[in-house]
Write a protein that binds this ligand. Structure first.
Ligand SMILES: *Cc1c(COP(=O)(O)O)cnc(C)c1O
Length: 426
């Protein structure tokens, strides 16, 4: 098909994420990707500053990941997981259970982050059901969070910044506590404590679980909060008999400089979700972990089985590439703090621009928060001129590059971001 007819068919008939079916601007046609680069049909080459939404941590077309997936392809691409198992699923589980926070002993595989969150919430509900405490059926979370686009995941996204406000009056009502005021770099989080204690005291009886993203709140605002806050939530959960669900879907697998963002704290959650970078960006896949206590309580209760089972659960291709990705991550020992330093060095200069409210860096995440909402189309057009791919939202222009990015490539990416912001807001 001709490029023009591809683009016009795409525009007329295919939904894209958070898009209009009547959009006047065509999408960008990518022919292939390699390393940190996206190769466009028109010959242009872009540095991917988004890692395809946190996922492509090793860059594109990686020989190790390619090999893992093609080797598995020749054995079997899929078999049902009900009553059958296979080496990729078991080896991956063993590997993952050796790196997740202590106490997590069981894994449930699923197809995407949102489903992993649904599974986590169902586990929490079925746990209390099995204990004969069915009245514990509400969830609490902090504001500015994001946990996915499926129905119950949506209900714990921030009602304003979480992209789902149209559905607010149709969703289950959950509890939203203020998001932590203490930033990652502050030392003082006393102010939040009083409020949170009060909240737990008043609501714990009906609460099945408290769910939150650890340290980094992603799509709900790109905020970094203090590890002390996570410790506090865990203490209160334990004290008041509320399960803790940690959503590591964006932060897991090294993005913050730790394997998991929870590793900044002492917290071992009852349930934890991972997704996004789990397959190094190759396939849609996710996992929900839980403690022995949760798994055994559900299994000893009535009906004695956990009521979930996706058709493509434990897909062997996804398990194989995930295993290769996790092993590569451990072998490569990427220097995330060097990426952080370079992000700070270049993006930090934007603090002098009057239109910029804040610049914050954590691990391989660089966020420039503007004072006003940005026009995504304008920013993206300027980014293309700089050879950079970003997707800003709200007041945020941000990057989370692949870990394999070289100093030179990162310089081009960060300098490109500065050039765009300084030319649009001068
Ligand atoms: C992206 C994301 C999800 C949803 O994952 P999908 O794979 O898009 O369904 C859930 N939680 C967090 C923190 C995320 O960043």
């Amino acid at each position: 098909m001709e490029t023009n007819s591809i683009l016009s068919f795409d525009q007329k008939h295919i939904w894209h994420p958070y898009s209009s079916a009547l959009s006047s601007s065509p999408n960008i046609l990518v022919e292939r990707a390699e390393g940190v680069y996206l190769y466009l049909e028109n010959g242009k080459i872009l540095i991917d500053g988004m890692s395809s939404w946190w996922a492509a941590i090793h860059g594109y077309n990686h020989p190790c990941l390619n090999e893992a997936i093609t080797t598995q392809l020749e054995r079997m691409s899929h078999v049902m997981f009900g009553g059958l198992t296979h080496r990729p699923a078991v080896t991956l589980a063993k590997e993952l259970l050796s790196i997740v926070p202590r106490g997590l002993e069981h894994v449930f595989y699923s197809d995407s982050g949102s489903v992993a969150v649904e599974v986590a919430m169902k586990m929490a509900l079925q746990y209390w059901y099995s204990k004969g405490m069915d009245f514990k059926k509400q969830f609490a979370t902090i504001k500015n969070g994001y946990h996915g686009d499926t129905w119950h995941a949506m209900s714990v996204c921030d009602p304003v910044t979480g992209m789902h406000h149209i559905f607010n009056n149709k969703l289950n009502i959950q509890h939203f506590t203020p998001s932590p005021r203490c930033s990652f770099y502050d030392d003082n989080f006393e102010l939040d404590e009083e409020q949170l204690v009060l909240f737990f005291r008043e609501n714990h009886k009906q609460l099945a679980a408290f769910i939150l993203e650890p340290i980094v709140q992603g799509a709900g605002g790109m905020r970094f909060y203090h590890p002390g806050y996570l410790n506090l939530v865990k203490q209160l959960c334990d004290k008041y008999g509320v399960l803790l669900i940690i959503d590591e879907i964006a932060t897991g697998f090294g993005r913050t400089g730790k394997m998991f963002a929870s590793d900044f704290s002492n917290v071992s959650p009852d349930i934890m979700c991972v997704g996004k970078a789990i397959t190094g960006g190759y396939l849609s896949f996710a996992a929900t972990f839980c403690t022995g206590k949760i798994a055994h309580t559900i299994s000893n209760g009535d009906p004695g089985v956990f009521m979930h089972g996706p058709t493509f659960m434990g897909n062997p291709l996804a398990c194989s590439v995930a295993l290769a990705s996790v092993r590569l991550l451990q072998k490569c020992k990427y220097d995330i703090s060097a990426i952080a330093n370079q992000l700070e060095e270049v993006l930090g200069t934007l603090r002098d621009n009057d239109a910029v409210a804040d610049v914050r860096i954590l691990g391989a995440i660089g966020v420039v928060e503007m004072k006003e909402s940005v026009d995504m189309a304008v920013i993206q057009k300027e980014c293309l001129k700089q050879g950079v791919w970003l997707r800003p939202f709200g007041r945020l222009i941000y990057t989370m590059p692949p870990f394999i990015i070289s100093k030179e490539e990162l310089r081009k990416l960060t300098q490109g971001i500065c050039n765009v912001i300084n030319s649009v807001y001068c």
